[in-house]
Design a protein around this ligand. Structure first.
Ligand code: ADP
Length: 449
């Protein structure tokens, strides 16, 4: 079973990278999360210290109160023990309660809660006991760890009426209850932290969706504007051939000399052809702009398709007294839509034929500089650097009599560029006015793993 899709993760990361508005949300989310973690940690530390101090003070007070009693009953151990049992019964945190005295054998247990240890020698608390003896008016505490529990070991001297140390009280208090409370509050903090995390995630996705909507709104406005521009341009472009057709028809109806009729009918036919082309191109433009033109991408050798187009156009080339020479090396596969590539080659070679009066058109295809390059070159009318800059814009046609005599819409190169880019390629032009043009289409090669 797959728990997460790495592509979705990558898409998410790309989305975040490309949407700076989301960075602020992420920053705020991390800041809130981090602050809570820091504050929860600080409070836990403070609470633990306060608990420890409280237990310490309690033990100190208990020993302060018990020390005079211990001095009084130091030689009546049964009575002393009865008092100790009474105190321990009321303070369940007391795990051990000893009264010890110094004998030649060391510190010996004079009395304690557990009768069996009375009389045995106590080892291991020399430092704590020496502190208690050195300063009999105070109690001293050290922290101990045992079986995963924390304890406070506290010692206090018992003095007689001449302030001479006659015994030491030694207790062992368990901190497990306090620690359990702290652990419970840490656990509930983590619960809250998880809730905060979930809320932040909801906030994040909500914000992402709002950004989506605002992006969608921006795109819609853009499309609306494009549509307006396009409708304006199209109606203007459609009107020109129609005006020409209607003008000639009006003249024909009014009656013209026989010799002019055929010329006028030819012009009407040319304008009708322009209208036809315009409508076909406009449909392509509309599909491309609305993203409705589907690309069926395949890994194929483009050579046969390119050669097929050249073959189809040979007749037209020869009719104009031009030559068309394809130099296409087969054997390289690229990722393209073969039908769209055919359309691209058809547009470029048709233009080369249309805008050349003499010479040769060459179509070269093959690998060059790590990419697949298709180059359509002609020895035609060429164009200025200024025209080259605007060449791929919608309805752009180079000004001049020579271009005007050719049927055209000025949409072919815009469509060609969209098709090439839609297949992941690029297109550029190199041209010298009066010398010829090169149209260069380039596609990435497929990296075989
Ligand atoms: P059109 O339908 O006018 O041919 P295109 O978009 O295909 O529209 O081309 C736009 C303009 O670019 C043409 O009108 C022409 O002025 C110029 N052009 C295109 N191809 C060539 C070429 N091979 N040589 C010179 N000029 C060209």
């Amino acid at each position: 079973m797959k728990f997460f899709d790495t592509r979705a993760l990558k898409r998410g990361a790309d989305r975040i990278r490309s949407t700076p508005q989301l960075w602020l949300t992420i920053f705020v989310a991390i800041a809130i999360f981090g602050s809570f973690l820091y504050i929860a940690n600080r409070f836990t530390g403070i609470a633990r210290d306060a608990q420890d101090r409280l237990v310490n003070v309690r033990v100190g007070s208990l020993q302060d109160a018990f020390a005079p009693l211990a001095a009084l009953f130091i030689n009546d151990t049964p009575q002393l023990r009865a008092y100790m049992q009474d105190i321990a019964g009321k303070n369940p945190t007391i795990a051990e309660f000893l009264v010890i005295t110094q004998t030649p054998n060391g510190w010996t247990i004079k009395t304690t809660l557990d009768e069996r240890s009375i009389g045995s020698t106590l080892l291991g608390y020399d430092f704590l006991l020496s502190l208690a003896v050195a300063d009999p008016s105070n109690s001293f505490t050290v922290e101990e760890l045992g079986n995963g529990e924390r304890f406070f070991r506290t010692a206090r001297a018992v003095t007689d009426s001449e302030d001479k140390v006659i015994a030491v009280l030694l207790t062992r208090q368990t901190l497990s209850e306090a620690d359990r409370q702290i652990a419970a509050s840490i656990q509930s903090s983590f619960g809250i932290l998880v809730v905060i995390l979930l809320l932040l995630l909801v906030l994040f996705f909500h914000h992402a969706r709002i950004i989506d909507y605002s992006e969608l709104y921006r795109r819609l406005k853009e499309i609306d504007q494009l549509k307006d521009d396009f409708v304006g341009m199209v109606s203007h472009e459609l009107r020109s051939p129609l005006t020409i057709i209607r003008g000639y028809i009006a003249e024909l109806v009014a009656g013209v000399e026989e010799g002019r009729k055929s010329e006028m009918l030819k012009r009407i036919d040319r304008s009708a052809q322009t209208l036809n082309l315009l409508i076909a191109d406009i449909l392509d433009v509309a599909r491309l702009e609305q993203g409705r033109l589907a690309f069926t991408m395949n890994t194929i050798d483009p050579a046969p398709g390119i050669l097929g187009v050249c073959e189809e156009l040979q007749k037209l080339t020869l009719a104009k007294g031009l030559t068309l020479s394809p130099h296409v090396s087969p054997g390289t596969e690229i990722h393209i839509d073969s039908e769209r590539l055919r359309q691209v080659v058809m547009n470029l070679v048709s233009n080369a034929i249309k805008y050349s009066d003499t010479g040769e058109i060459t179509v070269a295809g093959g690998v060059d500089g790590g990419r697949y390059i298709l180059r359509v070159s002609d020895t035609g009318i060429g164009m200025s650097a200024e025209d080259q800059k605007q060449l791929f814009g919608k309805f752009y046609r180079v000004q001049g009599e020579r271009v005007r005599t050719e049927v055209g819409t000025g949409l072919g190169l815009w469509i060609t560029k969209q098709l090439v880019e839609g297949m992941g390629g690029t297109i550029s032009v190199e041209s010298i006015k009066g010398v010829g043009s090169h149209f260069i289409v380039s596609f990435p090669l497929i990296h075989k793993t």
